[in-house]
Design a protein around this ligand. Sequence first.
Ligand SMILES: [Zn+2]
Length: 206
Amino acid sequence: MTNKKFGISEALDLLKKGNERFVKGLESPGDISFQRRKDLAENGQSPYAAVLTCSDSRTPPEHIFNAGLGDIFVVRNAGNLAGDCDIGSIEYAAEHLGVPVVVVLGHDKCGAVSSAVDIFLSGEELPGNDPLSAMLNEICENACAKAGADITREEFIKRSEDLNIEHSADKLQKSPIIADLVKKGTLVVVRAKYSLETGQVTFFDR
Ligand SMILES: [Zn+2]
Protein backbone atom coordinates (compact mmCIF):
# COMPACT_ATOMS: atom_id res chain seq x y z
CA MET A 1 0.00 0.00 0.00
CA THR A 2 3.04 2.25 -0.12
CA ASN A 3 2.35 5.66 -1.63
CA LYS A 4 -1.30 4.87 -2.14
CA LYS A 5 -3.39 7.93 -1.24
CA PHE A 6 -6.47 7.28 0.85
CA GLY A 7 -9.81 9.06 0.94
CA ILE A 8 -11.55 10.03 4.18
CA SER A 9 -14.23 7.33 4.12
CA GLU A 10 -11.76 4.66 3.05
CA ALA A 11 -9.45 5.56 5.94
CA LEU A 12 -12.28 5.62 8.49
CA ASP A 13 -13.42 2.25 7.20
CA LEU A 14 -9.93 0.78 7.62
CA LEU A 15 -9.77 2.07 11.21
CA LYS A 16 -13.24 0.79 12.10
CA LYS A 17 -12.81 -2.62 10.46
CA GLY A 18 -9.36 -2.99 12.03
CA ASN A 19 -10.79 -2.26 15.46
CA GLU A 20 -13.66 -4.72 14.90
CA ARG A 21 -11.09 -7.42 14.18
CA PHE A 22 -9.10 -6.46 17.27
CA VAL A 23 -12.22 -6.62 19.48
CA LYS A 24 -12.95 -10.11 18.15
CA GLY A 25 -9.35 -11.19 18.78
CA LEU A 26 -8.79 -12.08 15.12
CA GLU A 27 -5.33 -12.25 13.63
CA SER A 28 -4.16 -8.83 12.47
CA PRO A 29 -3.84 -8.29 8.70
CA GLY A 30 -1.37 -5.47 9.50
CA ASP A 31 1.68 -6.06 7.35
CA ILE A 32 4.95 -6.14 9.31
CA SER A 33 6.77 -8.34 6.83
CA PHE A 34 10.34 -7.97 5.61
CA GLN A 35 8.98 -7.04 2.17
CA ARG A 36 6.76 -4.30 3.58
CA ARG A 37 9.65 -2.92 5.62
CA LYS A 38 11.87 -2.82 2.55
CA ASP A 39 9.16 -1.27 0.42
CA LEU A 40 8.54 1.52 2.97
CA ALA A 41 12.24 2.21 3.40
CA GLU A 42 12.72 2.53 -0.35
CA ASN A 43 9.51 4.29 -1.31
CA GLY A 44 8.48 6.30 1.75
CA GLN A 45 5.34 6.28 3.83
CA SER A 46 1.75 7.14 3.06
CA PRO A 47 -0.21 6.37 6.24
CA TYR A 48 -4.00 6.43 6.12
CA ALA A 49 -4.45 8.11 9.52
CA ALA A 50 -2.73 10.08 12.24
CA VAL A 51 -3.63 9.15 15.80
CA LEU A 52 -3.07 11.34 18.85
CA THR A 53 -3.47 9.09 21.86
CA CYS A 54 -2.37 8.42 25.42
CA SER A 55 1.02 6.92 26.29
CA ASP A 56 -0.75 4.33 28.46
CA SER A 57 0.83 0.93 27.77
CA ARG A 58 -2.66 -0.54 27.36
CA THR A 59 -3.57 1.67 24.38
CA PRO A 60 -1.17 0.90 21.49
CA PRO A 61 -2.94 2.23 18.39
CA GLU A 62 -1.23 -0.12 15.93
CA HIS A 63 -2.74 -3.08 17.79
CA ILE A 64 -6.10 -1.42 18.48
CA PHE A 65 -6.58 -0.75 14.75
CA ASN A 66 -4.88 -3.92 13.45
CA ALA A 67 -2.43 -1.73 11.55
CA GLY A 68 0.92 -2.65 10.07
CA LEU A 69 4.10 -0.76 9.30
CA GLY A 70 3.52 2.52 7.48
CA ASP A 71 -0.25 2.49 8.16
CA ILE A 72 -0.76 5.02 10.94
CA PHE A 73 1.23 8.04 12.10
CA VAL A 74 1.20 8.07 15.89
CA VAL A 75 1.64 10.86 18.44
CA ARG A 76 1.42 9.86 22.09
CA ASN A 77 1.66 11.54 25.47
CA ALA A 78 0.06 10.96 28.86
CA GLY A 79 -3.49 12.26 28.59
CA ASN A 80 -3.48 12.62 24.76
CA LEU A 81 -2.90 16.37 25.02
CA ALA A 82 -2.24 18.62 22.05
CA GLY A 83 0.85 20.63 22.95
CA ASP A 84 2.98 22.46 20.39
CA CYS A 85 5.11 19.44 19.45
CA ASP A 86 2.03 17.25 19.12
CA ILE A 87 0.20 19.79 16.95
CA GLY A 88 3.34 20.26 14.83
CA SER A 89 3.63 16.50 14.35
CA ILE A 90 0.00 16.21 13.25
CA GLU A 91 0.45 19.21 10.93
CA TYR A 92 3.38 17.37 9.35
CA ALA A 93 1.29 14.21 8.88
CA ALA A 94 -1.57 16.20 7.36
CA GLU A 95 0.40 18.55 5.13
CA HIS A 96 3.38 16.44 4.07
CA LEU A 97 2.13 12.87 4.31
CA GLY A 98 -1.43 13.65 3.27
CA VAL A 99 -3.26 11.69 5.95
CA PRO A 100 -7.01 12.15 5.41
CA VAL A 101 -8.03 11.39 9.00
CA VAL A 102 -6.75 12.56 12.38
CA VAL A 103 -8.09 10.61 15.35
CA VAL A 104 -7.92 12.05 18.86
CA LEU A 105 -8.19 8.84 20.84
CA GLY A 106 -8.73 9.00 24.58
CA HIS A 107 -9.57 6.06 26.79
CA ASP A 108 -11.37 5.06 29.96
CA LYS A 109 -9.52 4.63 33.28
CA CYS A 110 -6.95 7.20 32.09
CA GLY A 111 -4.38 7.79 34.84
CA ALA A 112 -3.57 11.30 33.65
CA VAL A 113 -7.22 12.34 33.74
CA SER A 114 -8.00 10.68 37.07
CA SER A 115 -4.91 12.33 38.63
CA ALA A 116 -6.17 15.68 37.36
CA VAL A 117 -9.64 14.90 38.74
CA ASP A 118 -8.15 14.10 42.18
CA ILE A 119 -6.35 17.44 42.23
CA PHE A 120 -9.36 19.35 40.93
CA LEU A 121 -11.80 17.84 43.44
CA SER A 122 -9.37 18.36 46.35
CA GLY A 123 -9.16 22.06 45.50
CA GLU A 124 -5.37 21.92 45.64
CA GLU A 125 -3.32 24.24 43.49
CA LEU A 126 -0.48 22.78 41.48
CA PRO A 127 2.65 24.91 41.21
CA GLY A 128 2.37 24.75 37.42
CA ASN A 129 6.04 25.47 36.81
CA ASP A 130 7.11 21.91 36.14
CA PRO A 131 6.05 19.90 33.09
CA LEU A 132 3.92 17.36 34.97
CA SER A 133 1.98 20.08 36.83
CA ALA A 134 1.46 21.97 33.60
CA MET A 135 0.06 18.83 31.99
CA LEU A 136 -2.34 18.12 34.86
CA ASN A 137 -3.35 21.78 35.05
CA GLU A 138 -4.31 21.73 31.40
CA ILE A 139 -6.66 18.80 32.04
CA CYS A 140 -8.03 20.45 35.23
CA GLU A 141 -8.76 23.74 33.49
CA ASN A 142 -10.13 22.44 30.20
CA ALA A 143 -11.87 19.20 31.18
CA CYS A 144 -12.50 18.86 34.94
CA ALA A 145 -13.66 22.47 35.29
CA LYS A 146 -16.42 21.78 32.74
CA ALA A 147 -17.47 18.33 33.92
CA GLY A 148 -20.34 19.61 36.06
CA ALA A 149 -21.51 19.20 39.65
CA ASP A 150 -23.74 16.82 41.61
CA ILE A 151 -22.49 13.75 39.80
CA THR A 152 -20.68 10.68 41.04
CA ARG A 153 -16.90 10.59 40.98
CA GLU A 154 -17.12 7.87 38.34
CA GLU A 155 -19.31 10.04 36.12
CA PHE A 156 -17.06 13.04 36.79
CA ILE A 157 -14.02 11.08 35.56
CA LYS A 158 -15.89 9.82 32.49
CA ARG A 159 -17.01 13.33 31.55
CA SER A 160 -13.53 14.72 32.15
CA GLU A 161 -12.07 12.06 29.84
CA ASP A 162 -14.58 12.97 27.13
CA LEU A 163 -14.02 16.71 27.56
CA ASN A 164 -10.27 16.21 27.45
CA ILE A 165 -10.63 14.48 24.07
CA GLU A 166 -12.78 17.41 22.85
CA HIS A 167 -10.20 19.90 24.12
CA SER A 168 -7.33 18.29 22.20
CA ALA A 169 -9.42 18.01 19.04
CA ASP A 170 -10.42 21.69 19.35
CA LYS A 171 -6.79 22.72 19.76
CA LEU A 172 -5.77 20.73 16.69
CA GLN A 173 -8.52 22.31 14.64
CA LYS A 174 -7.28 25.77 15.57
CA SER A 175 -4.05 25.06 13.70
CA PRO A 176 -4.26 27.09 10.46
CA ILE A 177 -2.69 24.21 8.50
CA ILE A 178 -5.24 21.70 9.80
CA ALA A 179 -8.17 24.12 9.57
CA ASP A 180 -7.30 24.85 5.94
CA LEU A 181 -7.22 21.16 4.97
CA VAL A 182 -10.50 20.53 6.84
CA LYS A 183 -12.07 23.46 4.96
CA LYS A 184 -10.84 22.04 1.65
CA GLY A 185 -12.54 18.75 2.54
CA THR A 186 -9.38 16.64 2.36
CA LEU A 187 -9.00 16.11 6.12
CA VAL A 188 -11.24 15.34 9.08
CA VAL A 189 -10.43 15.44 12.78
CA VAL A 190 -12.45 12.81 14.65
CA ARG A 191 -12.85 12.17 18.36
CA ALA A 192 -12.89 8.67 19.75
CA LYS A 193 -12.58 6.76 23.00
CA TYR A 194 -11.08 3.36 23.64
CA SER A 195 -12.38 0.90 26.22
CA LEU A 196 -9.57 -0.90 28.02
CA GLU A 197 -11.77 -3.86 28.77
CA THR A 198 -13.66 -4.48 25.53
CA GLY A 199 -10.99 -3.12 23.17
CA GLN A 200 -13.70 -1.18 21.36
CA VAL A 201 -13.14 2.27 19.91
CA THR A 202 -16.26 4.43 19.99
CA PHE A 203 -16.21 7.31 17.50
CA PHE A 204 -18.02 10.33 18.98
CA ASP A 205 -19.35 11.90 15.83
CA ARG A 206 -19.37 9.29 13.08
ZN1 LIG B 1 -4.38 7.69 29.61
